[in-house]
Design a protein around this ligand. Structure first.
Ligand code: 8YV
Length: 325
């Protein structure tokens, strides 16, 4: 008989994925969807062959140390793996996989939605209308700024960054980017993108900045107070990557005093906590981490988890292997 690995899933996944998991594996689902406590995570690590966590689980060294001898794979539901202590996993000989690619276009769409919502003041308008305060059209009501012809600086030119760049070109924005490495000339040419090796230099010249890099030790608070101050006062910053890449308190206070014009944020430093200052501001649009929240992306992510587990169990190299490198 085929070996059915014991798979523990930490959160509720789309029904289709859970059903397939039940067919393929000895799966323990979390239908009530309550986030697992640290001790529950440890117990799961001790009991399972495979853990399927999400961004809401802190898989730190302590949790990894609780792994039983059977636990050989952490098959993350999500592209970002910053919530997993990769060093500890590597040392424990645990493989890690993720789900890149299937959420690229949706996250780029959401980035564009924020990039339009902030300068065009969409949510301010919505709020006024719903509150019954709209007294009718006037020539100067809720004037914003156009994005056409403006400069967009993309931080992180991986899959999502490039998908944002393609969209920005379609809106006739000038695309600039900062990345660890410069893109090959043909990709740069296709995206008509200008490379900045020096992030500070790019920041001081942009009208819009979009954060699209993964959260790593190098990008943690990459946009600290000093960096944020390099932005021009009319600049707008969009973050659909991870909150910890920006010093949220510094951003909130610079937005508050008008030193930065606006922000569109889908991610926060201490989710689901939001800096109270941000909640008071009209020049920010705040979303509850929904970049990949389409049925298509979440199903695609689940399918990747299934394929990664199955490949690993069959002794093959899982397609989305983060560890071992
Ligand atoms: C996911 C994300 O919803 O994939 C990622 O890295 O940030 C989100 O799109 C979340 O991570 C699921 O774990």
């Amino acid at each position: 008989m085929r070996h059915r690995p014991k798979v523990i899933v930490t959160r509720k996944l789309p029904d289709l994925i859970e059903t397939r998991m039940a067919e393929l594996f000895d799966v323990r689902l979390n239908l009530p969807d309550a986030p697992m406590s640290k001790s529950e995570l440890k117990a799961a690590m001790a009991d399972a062959d495979v853990l399927v966590p999400t961004v809401t689980d802190d898989i730190d060294a302590d949790v990894i140390a609780a792994a039983g001898t059977k636990l050989k794979l952490i098959a993350n539901f999500g592209a970002g793996v910053n919530h997993i202590d990769l060093k500890a996993a590597r040392e424990a000989g645990i493989a890690v996989t993720n789900t890149p690619g299937v959420l690229t276009e949706d996250t780029a769409d959401l980035t564009m939605a924020l990039l339009l919502s902030v300068p065009r003041r969409l949510f301010e308008g919505e709020k006024i209308l719903r509150s019954g305060d709209w007294t009718g059209w006037t020539p100067t009501f809720l004037m914003g700024h156009r994005i056409q012809g403006k400069r967009l600086g993309i931080i992180g030119m991986g899959r999502i960054g490039r998908a944002v760049a393609r969209r920005a070109r379609a809106f006739n924005m000038a695309v600039h980017y900062h990345n660890r490495t410069q893109l090959p000339a043909e990709v740069e040419g296709e995206l008509e993108a200008t490379y900045w090796a020096d992030l500070d230099e790019m920041l001081s010249r942009m009208d819009f900045v979009s954060v699209n890099c993964p959260l790593t030790a190098e990008t943690h608070r990459l946009l600290d107070r000093d960096r944020l101050k390099k932005l021009q006062p009319h600049a707008v910053i969009i973050n659909t990557a991870r909150g910890e890449i920006i010093d949220e308190e510094a951003l909130a206070s610079l937005l508050e005093v008008g030193r930065i014009a606006g922000a569109g944020l889908d991610v926060f430093e201490a989710e689901p906590e939001i800096n109270p200052k941000l909640l008071e501001l009209d020049n920010v649009v705040l979303l509850p981490h929904m970049g990949s929240a389409t049925i298509e992306a979440r199903t695609g992510m689940g399918e990747k988890v299934l394929i990664n587990i199955q490949a690993f169990t069959d002794g093959h190299r899982p397609p989305d292997r983060v560890l071992p490198v």
